[in-house]
Design a protein around this ligand. Sequence first.
Ligand code: PAF
Length: 317
Amino acid sequence: MFFLVNLLHFSHYFFFLDLPVNITILGPGAVGSLWACYLQKAGHNVSLWTRSSTPSELSLSLNAKDNSSHSFSCNDKDSLIHCDLLFITVKAWQVESALLPLLPLLSQETILLFMHNGMGAIDAIKAHINHHPVLQATTTHGALKESSHTIKHTGMGHTVIGPFNASGNQCQFLQNVLEHSLPSIEWNPGIDIALWKKLAINCAINPLTAIHQCKNGQLSQPDINQDVIHVCTEVHQVLQKEDIEWEEIELVSMVNQVISATSENYSSMNRDCFHKRKTEIDFITGYLLQKAKQHGISTPINETLYNQIKQLEENLL
Ligand code: PAF
């Protein structure tokens, strides 16, 4: 199905054909592995691209009870060269180093779909990728890599996809490809609004849960919840300047809903600090601070949290 993008203009017909799509997942961590399993279950040709070049095959089982194990080729150049869709699920800070070396192998028609926490990573490499159709996505599905071979789908969620560039805007048909694999999917031409809202939630939850080394639910305790609200007040000022229409009260209420819905979970930044890994802070709070500076807004609380996480990273790494 290498000619997928040649069919862009006929994509509505392509759909009815219901043909398998050649997909490579770059970065099969928890989220990437979850999508790999569901996309393969739906009949697509899925291969993986990992950091290490050693394994040529990887089997993954989705949820411990699921007997069906999914087998994928790994780091197979031929699959990469012929992929219609490169689904990039590495962390924001890995995007540049993971993707740039692969670009010479790709057809210009390969669709690039990015899914990660935070903002700014794609802008940084825009000049290298703008000849591809580029899409962005954000999801609320919960996934946990229980072992190198087992993925747990910890919570059903919703995924929003939308275009990053003009040719990405012709790829709405991907909504159906993904919908048949892991629903529900929403096509949103103004994806930036969804990304900003996710970033706002991450600014409020991730640094605090990493600094206090606590589960998300602990942020509902009155003393820490005060900090959550102060973060939201600053974030809201930036959102206003970015023309994101979201009342502060709605933002706080959404953050508290996420805290309660994920109360038993550890945030991704909490886990990164716990496992002594680099965090996504530069693309979450760091991105917010950059935008605040451009708009001349003072954000002392977010600055303090940013510096605390950078300090933690320095001590841990
Ligand atoms: O990064 C995370 O962990 C998640 O995006 C969220 C929403 C904070 C829930 O843990």
